[in-house]
Ligand binder design. Structure first.
Ligand code: KIV
Length: 264
């Protein structure tokens, strides 16, 4: 498999090929996922919940993200590495530039930030300085306290319309990828059609350009519970590498997510 870049993912969207991505936090899993043929690995700040056992992602620091990005980088040959900017690490432009640079120097090829149009100037500044950005809309977990819990977003017409406008603004600012989390499936489709950059869904329906799962959910080893939008691929195969190969093939054939995994 050739090295995967943001251009590869864009081309996949243009050719109607589905993109498979998953989280990883260490070299061993990253190597296995890379060898299975995953297109991108996200070092998610979900590590606060699945590795550290926290209630949410807010306690995760930039130092945690740097450490896990360095670990993942050592396991990866071809996969695109995306690293999450943790809570309050991009609250202003100065912080965003400093912290994004730390993640890129740790081995990331792209950084991810949660938020809508308020991020436009930050994204422009990062891209101008050579740092590719993945945006993230919908249930953005760093805002869990504003949302009053981990709830599906964009159910109301006005909020759905605003999300489409935000997605277009993020693309215009220079974002090259967009994660859509826990939104109704028709909205996932509408946003994917309203922008030219690839969308990667998690609980956003089957019509996004790709899918992402937290690895602990895909393997059924989350310490809390199995989210509605996930599937236990390890239970189906009994082997970790085969689980990821099955996940990739189910995404690529449009079989995952199924009707049971989507919000209407
Ligand atoms: O932190 C994370 O793992 C994420 C994914 C759920 C998209 O942001």
């Amino acid at each position: 498999m050739a090295k995967i870049t943001t251009s590869t993912l864009l081309k996949m969207k243009q050719q109607g090929e589905k993109i498979s991505t998953i989280t990883a936090y260490d070299a061993s899993f990253a190597k296995l996922f890379d060898q299975a043929g995953i297109h991108a690995i996200l070092i998610g700040d979900s590590l606060g919940m699945v590795l550290q056992g926290q209630d949410d992602t807010l306690p995760v620091s930039i130092d945690h993200m740097v450490y896990h990005t360095q670990c993942v980088k050592r396991g990866v040959e071809n996969t695109l590495i995306i690293s999450d900017m943790p809570f309050m690490s991009y609250a202003n432009l100065e912080q965003a530039l400093t912290n994004a640079a730390k993640l890129m120097q740790a081995g990331a090829s792209m950084v991810k930030m949660e938020g809508g149009a308020w991020l436009v100037d930050t994204i422009k500044a990062l891209v101008e300085r050579g740092i590719p950005v993945c945006a993230h809309l919908g249930l953005t977990p760093q805002s869990v306290n504003v949302f009053g819990g981990f709830k599906v977003q964009g159910r109301e017409e006005a909020k759905a319309q605003q999300m489409i406008i935000d997605a277009q603004a993020l693309e215009a600012a220079g974002a090259q990828l967009l994660v859509l989390e826990c939104i109704p499936a028709p909205l996932g489709k509408a946003i994917s059609e309203a922008i030219t950059i690839p969308t990667i869904g998690i609980g956003a329906g089957k019509d996004t350009n790709g899918q992402i799962l937290v690895m602990h959910d895909a393997l059924g080893i989350s310490c809390s519970y199995m989210p509605k939008f996930s599937r236990n691929f390890l239970q189906e195969t009994g082997d970790i590498k085969k689980s990821i190969e099955l996940y990739i093939s189910e995404v690529s054939q449009g079989n995952f997510p199924g009707e049971d995994h989507i919000f209407k």
